[in-house]
Write a protein that binds this ligand. Sequence first.
Ligand code: SF4
Length: 560
Amino acid sequence: MKVIVATLNAKYIHTSLALRWLYIANKDRLDIRFREYTIKEDPEKITSDLLAAGCDVICLSVYIWNVGRVGEIIRRLKQQNPRLLFILGGPEVTYEPEHFLREWAVDYVISGEGEFVLGDLIASLERGETELPPGVSSHDRISTTVCRADITRLAQLPSPYQLEEDREELKNRLVYVETSRGCPYQCQYCLSSREQGVRYFPLDYVLDNLKYLIEAGARQIKFLDRTFNLNKEHTRAIFDFLIAHWREGLSCQFEIYADLLTDEMIDYLNDRLPANYFRFEIGIQSTYEPTNQAVKRKQDFPLLAHNIRRLMAGGKIVLHLDLIAGLPHETFERFTQSFNEVFALGAKEVQLGFLKMLRGTHLRRDADRYGYHYAEQAPYEITGNDAISAEELHRIHEAEHALERYWNSGRFATTMHRLFATHWAGRYFQFFDELGQYAAQHHLPHRGYLLEDLFRNLHHFLLSKEIDLYDALRTDYYSHFTQRPRGYWLQTIDKRERKKLLYTIGQDKEFLRKHHLTRRIIEKQTALDPLTPQEYLLTIFPAEGEKTAKREVVYFFSPA
Ligand code: SF4
């Protein structure tokens, strides 16, 4: 049987480690190839490509981000070749195989880690056996086993990180690495809570692969470990290795449980780490203890906050903090408090997610207990529960758009710091909420806007509150440009008038001499902004290829 394993990644830069494992574990046993697509590609094109491969069995890895597309592709493939055999795997199908067997009419579903089970299943099909390996469900039998691959055996296979066909593209893609599998925690909304225990790949295996990836030019490595810093020795050994092998342009991302960071580890990171080399993604989700207890999430917020503040003080690590709206018992008001407590920690990025009722999670099973309503289609986002209404969640969505554009984008640093030091001090969520409501009332688009629109909209919003931060917005706007921008976001001065004024300034020899400027610099590299009727701010941009910093000079027109 000719076998293809395929998946649809969310973006082109992502790589599917799962496909590579399936391929590596079975390439000596089966006639197998792997194919990777993205969810943005035309389903017809993907279907044709899979059909052109001339295989008998198509295995698809199904995730929350591709489940809709995979279903569509299977329907198309079945129409065009009814003899094809379909095997599904991946987290989306693992805990409800009967749903996919029924709804998609596929032949088999593998629950859990399928590296070795796939080969066993194909071998038994080739032999015409009716007995299926544990972990495989069919229309005749639903398996309750969730497979776990033997990690030691996986580590003895050729490395999925070192495939010759990936080498060329390593530097352009996000490389996923796993040093362990499983999570010991029980967060009820998360599929990883269904796994028991944590298994580690041998350290020398991990380090050997990291060495290869770094030497081959990888730029972004994302560690898939559910809680990277669970085991101190393991964590420290990998951090030591990465620090010793630091290379300009390389960055590494980790999911960190911040309560587990020790003072010793934080000191070590603050002392030894090159700046911006590591990015820590830290799930906080809620600071409300009854909520955390309801979802069985163990968290010591004061300790976590202390650790994050210490990391922030070190200034070496990019921190990304996660919150979830819609968890049990958390009302709109209590969510506002969670947001403000988390935002106050000052991280560069705060990601506000919305609870999703993933197939197979305990929370989905207990949805009625909390009065949850949620979408039947992936990503199964909730639309309300006993504590929070659909309208309130909608409002949080609008705030989240404002958060993404005005904080997480990093484009408004000066303006945001001014606002949070004054008008919205300590009321961070209220700011994003008010801005989100303003955007909704004025029908401002969520997509397809220009940078200039963002500046103009924020300026108008602030003016509607009688706040004028034009100077901070101007600074933020110019900070995006290394050369004088062609346009501007506000009509402060007529185009012809600007040209005339720059010409006049360019004639002022004394001024030019005093500030080491030339007429050409004034006319070609300088932005002009009125401060008062007589005073103008000149922002002087470096010429193309010049490495000097931008500078500001004030020009005063003496009354005639
Ligand atoms: S949310 Fe994180 S810590 Fe909790 S079970 Fe999932 S992976 Fe583990």
